[in-house]
Structure formats: C-alpha cells, structure tokens
Design a protein around this ligand. Structure first.
Ligand code: NIG
Ligand code: FE
Length: 390
C-alpha cells in the first residue's frame, strides 16, 4: 500500500448489522453488537465486535445500525423537464395514462447531453444521500436512434446497469409496426454498445405481449438480457411472458391473476414492486403479502421518473411497502437490498458477507425497523461504496 493509504477499516460498536447472509436462520442475517472489516473494495470480515480483528482505521458506529446499500433495480433518470402539473391534476382525479411519456420525450430530445448528464448526476447524488449504492438506469425518453443511444451513453457514465427501453411508448408520427421494426433493428444496434439490459413497457397504451416478445427476443439475440414493465395499469399477459422467457425481473406487478402468481413462483423471476408509483398515481398498491406467501421472490425499487413517480427514495418505498402492502420491515429491507441485487443478476452486492463489495449504509437509528417506523426522516448517517466513504 502507498504511504497514507488505509488498507483496512474496522467499523465497530454496530448495534445491529444486517448482513443478508442467506445461510443465516433469520431473513436479514442480523448480528447484534457487531463489527465489519472492509479491505480495499470488499467486505473482509463480519461478526461480533468482541471478536473483531485489528485494522488500520477504526470507525465507531455508536450503537447504530448498518445495512447493505440499497440496490435500486428500476429507474428512468435520463430525462429533461418535469410533469408536476400532471401530478397535481392526478391528485384531483385525472387518471395516470402511459401517453404522458410523450411530454417528457419532447423535453428530452431538446436537451443537450450536458443537461441530461447534469440531471442524472443530481438524481444519483440524491439517491446516494438516501442510501442507494447501486442503481439501474433506463433510456426511454429519446425514442429515436440518436436519442436512445445518447440517453444510454449518459446513463453509462453513472452505472453499469443500463437498460435499453426504446419500447417505452410509440412516438408521434409513426405506426406501432414501423416503430417495433426500428426498435428491433437500427435502434437496437445503436443502443447495444451502451446497454446491459433490454426492457419493454408491456401495457395498454404502450406495447402488447406479442410486440414485447419480439423485442425481447431481438434483444436477447443481440446479447441484452431481458426485463419487463408489466401489469401496472391492468391485468395482462406480460407477467406470464416474463416468467416464460425466464427474465431476471418483471416490474410493477400491480394487477395479478392467480396464474400470474403461480408463473412467478415457478419461474423464479423476481417480482419488483414499485410502491412510489401507486403513491403518485393513486392506484391500488400491489399485494406483496400474496406474492411472498406464494413463494415469489419480491424486490422493491423506486421507478424514479418524471411521470408516474418522481421519488428517488428507497426508504419511502420501504415505508409504503410495510404500511400498505403487507410486508414486514425485514422483508421490505431485504427486498430493497438482496432482492434488488438478484433482480439485476448481481452476486457482488446486496449483502454484507466476506467477498461482497463493501457497499453499506450507517443509519442514524438502532435498527432497520426505523426505516418504516420513521417515514420521511433522513436516517442515512453515512455510506461506503466499494469500500470508500461516499
Ligand atoms: O415505470 N411504466 C412505464 N414507465 C414509467 C412511467 C413513465 C412516465 O410516465 O414518464 C413507469 O411507471
Ligand atoms: Fe418504470
């Protein structure tokens, strides 16, 4: 190590350490009176504070809780403009409709790359202050070859988890058939170098299940893994399509039949619930309890976007999931960390066990329960990302 470089950090006097160790008896793998040692970018050791090995530097957590950083597996941060007026109208009864996306498309096309990356930087920093240490970012407000490719290039400046969502809505001036040709042809080619994932908004007013299948299949042939927006506004075939294709995750899952729930359980596809959307659209919340009781793996994410949900806060999503969706605080925290990592097919984040990336949050609270118990309160005292305070 160079002179002055800290090789290892011991964080001790942790009142409650949430490890998410899958080998533990309890869901969160909680260790009380705990310590953690970080070496370089990774977790080197976790256990009881009294057993902790020495390290180069020591941080005293003062009895507070430490949890894995949140993994926000669903966001749409590359956009310009806002839709505050649309939100205000919804609060007095105007329903949410997918067509509002086109408002943001116009503003996004008119923005420079620098403006777009400035907005993303601000939102990623806002997420970090609320404990998010991994974020997925979608395109989807460009909807031309050029604007989708540059949206993804901007997203890539901030995360490896970039998702091509050319199939967000059919833009003005084209037919659905023509647009699907573009999305699966030249737009896919332009997006591919910047994207890890491909997504489709499979919904009334956007794309149907046949179109979604064609787009996801073309994406898979181009080397992009699939994820899907489905069953947000009404019942439909999207969730079963995601299960059939073995996608990593299907997101929203608000309107589910028993067959949908069975398909999710049997496929292992993660159901990612986005309660900020129902908060902001005044729709009914998804029934997380039904999914968990059926054995479905459930993640929570923000869906931060200017239309259906402009929150970047996973603590808010946790509080809503506990208050409105039948999740226990432990299930909600697990869903926003461990399951979020699984929804992105990431085995290096989402847990605090030796070998995983040292992405962690020190809470200004004695336990994870406070994330739901104290809604709206900024409880993140500090974060470490890849072992670095940040
Ligand atoms: O996840 N559902 C599709 N996309 C976003 C909403 C986008 C918008 O309204 O601008 C969502 O809710
Ligand atoms: Fe979304």
């Amino acid at each position: 190590m160079g002179e002055g470089t800290v090789a290892s950090t011991l964080i001790t006097h942790i009142g409650e350490l949430v490890t998410n160790d899958p080998r533990a008896d309890d869901l969160l793998g909680v260790i009380e009176q705990a310590a953690i040692v970080i070496e370089g970018a990774h977790v080197a050791w976790v256990g009881r504070a009294t057993d902790a090995p020495p390290a180069d530097e020591m941080v005293d957590a003062g009895g507070r809780a430490v949890i894995p950083g949140f993994v926000d597996s669903h966001s749409h941060l590359v956009f310009a403009g806002d839709r505050a007026a649309e939100f205000a109208a919804r609060m007095t009864g105007t329903p949410y409709a997918a067509g509002g996306i086109r408002t943001t498309v116009a503003a996004t096309r008119a923005a420079t790359d620098e403006q777009l990356s400035g907005h993303v930087a601000r939102l990623v920093a806002e997420m970090r202050r609320q404990g998010t240490t991994t974020v997925e970012i979608k395109s989807g407000y460009g909807l031309t070859v050029h604007d989708e490719a540059r949206s993804l290039a901007v997203a890539r400046l901030f995360t490896e988890e970039t998702t091509y969502l050319g199939a967000h809505v059919v833009p003005d001036g084209t037919t659905a058939e023509e647009y699907v040709e573009l999305v699966t042809g030249p737009m896919l080619e332009a997006a591919r170098p910047h994207a890890r994932w491909i997504d489709v908004f499979c919904e009334r007013g956007a794309f149907d299940a046949d179109q979604a299948r064609a787009i996801l299949t073309a994406g898979a042939e181009a080397g992009l893994r699939g994820r899907l927006h489905a069953n947000q506004l009404t019942y439909g075939e999207g969730v079963r399509l995601a299960a059939e294709l073995g996608l990593a995750a299907v997101d929203h899952c608000t309107y589910l039949s028993d067959a949908d729930v069975d398909a999710l359980r049997d496929s292992g596809t993660i159901a990612t619930l986005l309660p900020g959307v129902e908060f902001s659209t005044k729709q009914p919340y998804p029934d997380a309890r039904r999914l968990l009781d059926a054995g479905v793996r459930v993640a929570l994410a923000s869906d931060c976007n200017p239309g259906s949900c402009f929150t970047s806060s996973l603590p808010l999503c946790i509080a809503l999931a506990v208050r409105e969706m039948g999740m226990t605080p432990a299930e909600a925290v697990h869903a926003a960390t461990y399951r979020g990592a699984q929804a992105l097919d990431r085995a290096d984040v989402g847990a605090l066990v030796p070998g995983r990336r040292a992405d962690l949050v020190l809470l200004d609270a004695p336990s994870h329960v406070h994330l739901a118990y104290r809604p709206g309160v900024p409880l993140v005292a500090a974060t470490w990302v890849g072992g670095h305070p940040g």
